[in-house]
Design a protein around this ligand. Structure first.
Ligand SMILES: *Cc1c(COP(=O)(O)O)cnc(C)c1O
Length: 234
């Protein structure tokens, strides 16, 4: 298989797995949005999917790198929904407010206020509060109780529209642990962002997205299963 065939195969495998996971829990494909994490992807691979209309949401974790890519004329003619998924430094927040449609990794009020001040007129910047699912010090996000408090405060902002939670599962967790962690965030999500309004629960990455979708994720973030799997030599 050549590179393009491999990319298509990866895409179809991910979609099939997503939809089966949704169906197993009585949900439909419409309920799940694939967030293609493009941070490590080759430009041509991303363009390949954009040209075919296969990816509609993209995730980047560095502001500068994302700016360089998405303002380039080859990319600027496409308009996927752009998500920032990395740790947002305060000195990059003003730029991020202009470049991105979503900040999925918000965990700090001051950063939210900088975003609010810098969202261009007429634009709504959507935001998810990042929940910390590990004890690891280096992991971004807030413990669930604090994340929920921040979400409550952020609901007062006008241009930043907080509409859900994001979480990164700990590496090496068992399936049982993952299910418990995801389910705890899902319960908080349903209470704090009840169905009816626009809302997103972003759980699951290449390794654990099927479990995450079964536990209620609506916005799994998938990078390596699309852009790296089987692609080393092609
Ligand atoms: C890199 C990254 C992903 C994608 O991870 P894969 O395992 O490659 O699918 C998802 N979420 C965040 C926050 C990331 O930084």
């Amino acid at each position: 298989m050549n590179r393009e065939q491999t990319l298509l195969q990866n895409y179809h495998e991910v979609q099939t797995a997503l939809f089966s996971a949704a169906q197993r829990t009585g949900r439909t494909a419409d309920d799940i949005t694939l967030l293609a994490v493009t941070k490590y992807a080759k430009d041509n691979d991303v363009l390949f999917f954009l040209q075919r209309g296969l990816i509609k949401h993209v995730g980047e974790s560095r502001v500068q790198q994302a700016e360089k890519r998405w303002l380039h004329p080859d990319f600027a003619k496409f308009h996927p929904v752009k998500h920032f998924i990395g740790h947002l430094q305060k000195n990059k927040a003003a730029k991020a407010a202009v470049l991105f449609d979503f900040i999925d990794s918000l965990d700090d009020l001051e950063t939210a206020q900088i975003l609010e001040k810098n969202v261009p007129q007429g634009k709504t910047l959507r935001a998810l509060v990042q929940v910390k699912l590990t004890q690891r010090e280096t992991q971004s996000g807030l413990p669930l109780a604090q994340a929920r408090q921040l979400a409550t405060v952020l609901k007062q902002l006008a241009r930043v529209h907080v509409c859900g939670y994001m979480g990164i599962a700990p590496q090496g967790a068992s399936e049982t642990e993952l299910r418990e962690l995801f389910a705890s965030v899902k319960r908080a999500f349903d209470e704090d962002f009840p169905p009816g309004a626009e809302r997103y629960l972003s759980l699951g990455m290449s390794e654990d997205f099927e479990i995450a979708v079964e536990e209620g994720s609506t916005l799994p973030r998938i990078g390596s299963s699309l852009f790296a799997k089987n692609l080393e030599e092609v």
